[in-house]
Design a protein around this ligand. Sequence first.
Ligand code: SAM
Length: 354
Amino acid sequence: MGKLSRDKRDVFYRKAKESGYRARSAYKLLQIDAEFDLFGFEGGDDGHQPQHHDDVDQSPHTSSNDEARDTETTKRRPTLVVQRAVDLCAAPGGWSQVLVERMMGENYMTSSQDTLTTPNDTSSSPAIVAVDLWPMEPLAGVHCLQGDITSLDTAKSIIQHFQGQRSELVVCDGAPDVIGLQEFDEYCQSQLLLAAINITTHVLATGGTFVAKIFRGRDVGLIYTQLKLLFESVICAKPTASRNASIESFVVCRGFGYGTLPVEKCLDLELEGSWDELCGGVGGLRLVPGEDVIPSIVPFVSCSKLKDCSMPSGVDFMDSDKSYPVHEAKAPLAPPIRPPYEAAKGRTSGGRNG
Ligand code: SAM
């Protein structure tokens, strides 16, 4: 979490530092969890229905928004109790911290500062794998993998770590380095999402949940269509911790294997064979409009709740677009390790000094 002048005024940035989170994005996952109860509990159906159906993500191909909303939210299997979870594109680790808290208890991180390992027996204890292109500060209870989620080797490493067991939850907050050309950025984001979906089909348990960042661009309906093949319920969520001005939202997909594709097909993909199909565009989850790929709509839910969370001092409502000027600036908790801009920064200051 760096120190940008705009971020200094952001209440979630400030609250993240006060609460020990490595990134303000932790609040996005916390708000999604408060709305959707991602982690389940022993004993079955939580009966949960999202509260704020503010809108529906539009598509010209569907006639009734209400119809789509009802279909997505009324019939749903119980959320699985999460024993294993995967955090794709995890650095610096804010979402991984939320996974640790929710799966191992709020005190786990502070009580096990010296035990920066995942329990060996992943069959009975909660296990978390975090993957990123960049190195990540170790985090108690999390197995950190440095790798590219678009690479087959990374997929294999995740699968290997779970020793054949599947996880109940996969989250992905991945974002490519945006260059400012909107359509290109959206395309890169959708390719990253497809890579995440591909890995997910190999590591997620039947009935499991997938949460991922999505850019709500022009062709987002095509991705919804693909997700509906694999999941029983697909909802687009916008936590208030995500700035209004951003096209970023999150898909919350539940009931893996209960989409329109038969469950055997979802689980039966050969990793090597499916990679090209899912990411490359030949059949499978391709992204180009065609006769058999019609854009879908999904319900749109705004998430503003936060479970068990106190406001920062002097703040009574957290709004990421509001300025809160009076606060004490704190140092970043987990500065990036060897960030890509380091070399350029060195050259610039060297030039100035010299
Ligand atoms: N959820 C994280 C947190 O709470 O700390 C923040 C994630 S940050 C917004 C996006 C991350 O995606 C970056 O750390 C970036 O390195 C990672 N990323 C982008 N493309 C990737 C790829 N192909 N494979 C793995 N990680 C990737």
